[in-house]
Design a protein around this ligand. Structure first.
Ligand code: SAH
Length: 249
């Protein structure tokens, strides 16, 4: 990957992007650019929309409160979204914000909220999760914005599970073992992609859920080590392990 310009401000927009185009930005984005970042007319930034790659652009100040973007040159072509699904019991507020952002940074291509018996936050704000996903993509040079599903009960999610996708079930009660060796051994035997990773709630999984998961042929229970990790920590650990063991894609 060419040396990436981590200092440039990146912005996600909905508009189409092409050389010479003028991309409108929302009122909130205008306020952010003009009053929070205090950018001035002609200042450079990087822009992406999840479809047309990443473009160098310059700020066009239309008024004290309204801005637009003058699209100049293609910086990076659009790449393929990651196909790793992150299935998780929604946590409470700030921890959920953190977990969503880390999952995107770790390459999750789809966020799948699963309501388990011990989930403490069943009223999940999907728009807030999408905003956190966009913020993580803007900050980390990611060109694709992951899908965010509506929350579903774990039982229903598993009953409707997509054929062919394996599910790495991070089980806090699993006997400690080497998850990388386990995943690599499985990958040597059978196609292990497409894949999903499952992390439970603050209270962990109950015995009924554990038995239900262990009985499913597409489920791979793994331990993340001898300590019980906080769910948001487990998210980063699990996704890092899977990407490292099986190749980041
Ligand atoms: N009470 C803590 C931890 C709950 S465990 C909290 O408030 O977050 C949360 C989830 O993290 C578990 O359901 C499991 O999916 C994952 N997890 C934590 N430690 C783990 C381990 N050692 N092995 C596998 N998964 C683990």
């Amino acid at each position: 990957m060419a040396r990436y310009d981590f200092n440039a401000q990146r912005l996600f927009v909905d508009a189409d992007l092409a050389e010479g185009a003028r991309a409108p930005v929302s009122k909130e984005q205008s306020n952010y650019l003009l009053n929070v970042l205090r950018l001035r007319d002609g200042d450079p930034l990087l822009v992406f929309n999840g479809r047309h790659g990443e473009w160098r652009a310059r700020l066009a100040c239309l008024s004290r409160k309204e801005a637009a973007l003058a699209i100049e040159t293609l910086e990076r072509p659009q790449d393929q979204p990651c196909d790793l699904h992150y299935v998780f019991a929604p946590l409470k507020h700030a921890r959920l914000d953190y977990m969503v952002q880390k999952a995107i940074e770790m390459g999750a291509g789809k966020l799948v909220p699963a309501l388990t018996h011990r989930t403490q936050n069943s009223r999940v704000n999907v728009e807030r999760m999408r905003a956190n996903a966009i913020e993580a993509a803007e900050q980390c040079g990611i060109l694709n914005i992951p899908e965010v599903d509506e929350p579903r009960k774990l039982e229903k999610l598993l009953a409707d599970w997509p054929t062919g996708r394996l599910l790495v079930f991070c089980d806090e009660d699993a006997p400690p073992g080497d998850p990388i060796a386990r995943l690599r051994a499985l990958a040597a035997d059978r196609p292990i992609r497409p894949l999903a990773v499952l992390i439970g709630p603050e209270g962990g999984f109950d015995e009924g859920e554990r038995a239900m998961l262990a009985a499913l042929p597409f489920v791979i229970p793994v331990s993340l080590g001898p300590r019980i990790l906080r769910a948001d920590t487990a998210a980063v650990a699990a996704l890092a392990l899977v990407q490292a063991a099986l190749g980041d894609r």
